[in-house]
Design a protein around this ligand. Structure first.
Ligand SMILES: [Zn+2]
Length: 315
């Protein structure tokens, strides 16, 4: 059984242990990927383990609770570092999170090959992904490489980091929905036009939202691209529909500071908004109106499909 097939809620031991990774037993793993590096693995990078497989340690910079270890030197006021500071403030402020209890280490490799080599050596069971968040008993860590979409990747993974540094736990679907929301630059206020367009199309075809179904997804292998899309849409709905829906989310996250089993968010939302599904559909329909005409739902083989493989693993 691969790492990503483990359950989030049953806290069963991870099949990949610290001995191979050189780390303590996994507590939480949030996996994300946008671009496979199959070509790299196919060329035998796993067998090319050497000093090149080590973590980036050459340069270190701090951005609030993030400690960035990188192969490439980042000036103190590099836009990526400033963006991480803004992200941390944005997530903590919007979600009213407490002061983070832990640091989050961000390891930024110089290129995809070095990143792939490291992951192949440290986490050989993980499928190829563009970035990972891996939480262990002694470190919350993000791994990624210097690529075209590094800002988006860092924002997504760093959001997981902020959540896990501040809360006792986060349900899988909500963790991913929030990361999808905050991965967009803050001026977009969490809006994902491709998701919005695709959602509208699915609604026209008769699809219906069901948060309760998402709440049943406690194994990463169960989460598909549509689930990430719906998780994002529910988060967007909760934060933007009304003060009441926002309050339900904030209260739920507050409970998660101390209670790992706070019940179902769907039940708490339904108690405040019995017509939640109807309101969600209206919200999604309105969102679609904001999508630029040229925006079309992504195709089935778009790299976004890989994004759907992002997962959470807990022990
Ligand atoms: Zn994620």
């Amino acid at each position: 059984m691969s790492l990503i097939q483990l359950s989030e809620r049953d806290h069963s031991p991870a099949s990949m242990t610290s001995t191979r990774a050189g780390r303590s037993t996994l507590l939480a793993v949030v996996l994300t990927c946008l671009v496979p590096y199959c070509l790299l693995t196919a060329t035998g990078c796993r067998g090319t383990q050497s000093t090149a497989t080590g973590l980036p340690k050459r340069h270190t910079a701090r951005a609030e609770e993030f400690v960035v270890h990188s192969d490439v030197k980042l000036p103190r006021k590099h836009p990526l570092l400033l963006d991480l500071v803004r992200l941390q403030e944005e997530v903590a402020s919007q979600l009213q999170l407490p002061v983070a209890r832990r640091e989050v280490a961000l390891y930024v490799f110089a290129d995809e090959l070095r990143y792939a080599q490291f992951l192949n050596q440290a986490y050989p069971d993980l499928p190829p992904r563009r970035a990972y968040f891996i939480g262990t008993s002694d470190e919350l860590a993000v791994y990624t490489f210097w690529g075209d979409r590094i800002q988006e990747d860092l924002r997504h993974e760093a959001t997981h980091g902020v959540l896990h540094a501040s809360l006792k736990t986060v349900p899988l679907w909500l963790d991913e929905g929030l990361a999808e929301y905050f991965e967009t630059p803050d001026k977009h206020r969490g809006f994902q036009p491709e998701y919005a367009a695709r959602l509208a199309e699915q609604l026209r075809s008769g699809w219906q939202p069901r948060m309760e179904r998402l709440e049943q997804l406690d194994e990463v292998g169960q989460m598909q691209r549509d689930d990430y899309q719906e998780a994002w849409a529910w988060v967007h709905f909760l934060l933007h529909h009304s003060a009441d829906t926002r309050g339900v989310l904030i209260d739920y996250l507050k409970e998660l500071r101390t209670n790992a089993e706070p019940g179902l968010l769907s039940e708490q939302l339904a108690a405040v908004l019995p017509t939640m599904n109807d309101r969600f559909v209206a919200h999604a329909t309105t969102m679609a109106l904001a999508v630029e005409p040229e925006t079309r739902p992504v195709s089935a083989n778009n790299e976004r499909d890989q994004h759907a493989l992002k997962s959470v693993v807990r022990e």
